[in-house]
Design a protein around this ligand. Sequence first.
Ligand code: PRT
Ligand code: ZN
Length: 284
Amino acid sequence: MKLKLAIQKSGRLHDDSMKLLKECGIDISNGVNKLKAEAANFPIELFFLRDDDIPQYVEDGVADIGFVGENVVYEKNKKVDVAYALGFGKCRLSFAVRKEENFSGPQFLAGKRIATSYPVLVQEYLNKNKVKAEIHEISGSVEIAPGIGLADVVCDLVSSGSTLFMNGLKEAETILASQAVLIKRKDFGTEAQSILERLLFRIESVKKAKKNKYVLLNAPNDQLEKIISLLPGMKSPTVLPLASPGWSSVHSVIAESDFWDIIEQLKGAGAEGILVVPIEKMIL
Ligand code: PRT
Ligand code: ZN
């Protein structure tokens, strides 16, 4: 069997979805102008769809899994499971008000007209905060609604914030932090599950590799102990003697997050010739 994966046909998630599959060593042969494509070297079949339709296709079992934004998953509220956070397509669903206004809290929204493409999530927020407001559902260019007098407040996706800024709005309150996730259908056979596990294993290796760097450095032997204590490594660092006496070569893996801290400490401890190399895959 082949696992059927739905991804966005074109738009913000398309390229990152294709890139991730490529990094997982999955070759997609035919182009994206078709509805479907097959992988040559992995039991997977791709469906290219509008992101809004992906949860429904997965619920119906037309696709087994899908890559889609959490914002769409929770708005559509279909019967699917969120199986894995993919780490790309990060954004937030936020209320925004005119820049001269002061959002004092959920009560600010009482009686206001809210323009949004996310009526379900907005209504949920209003209910949770026991606020009554009018929701105007619009499918695109939500940010122009206050300017043309269609609404007082908007609730839309934000990443850099420049769209809001250019429309004289400011972000007031985030109701959902979102990223692309892998969703799967409820009814999943064992064969499908085992292909999914192979795929997730590869995705996990790619993600881990991106978060880490391979570091090689030269260390004077009398500082080795100190330098090794600074380096976590996967088990422990590799230490090899250099041709010149009194020196060793030390290899290790450092997490991107504390990378510069550790490099500075390594230099302070006498490390020289530090090389930092990206890691392509990391299998633990
Ligand atoms: O055609 P299809 O229906 O498939 O695509 P679409 O037009 O509905 O979606 P698309 O391609 O715009 O976005 C797909 C997904 O990308 C979204 O569902 C989110 O999960 C994710 N994503 C990440 C974003 C953004 N960042 C984002 N910034 N989706 C939309 N935006 C828009 C936002 O709506 C606003 O208009 O970008 C503008 C704000 O960006 P900044 O950088 O100016 O703040
Ligand atoms: Zn869409």
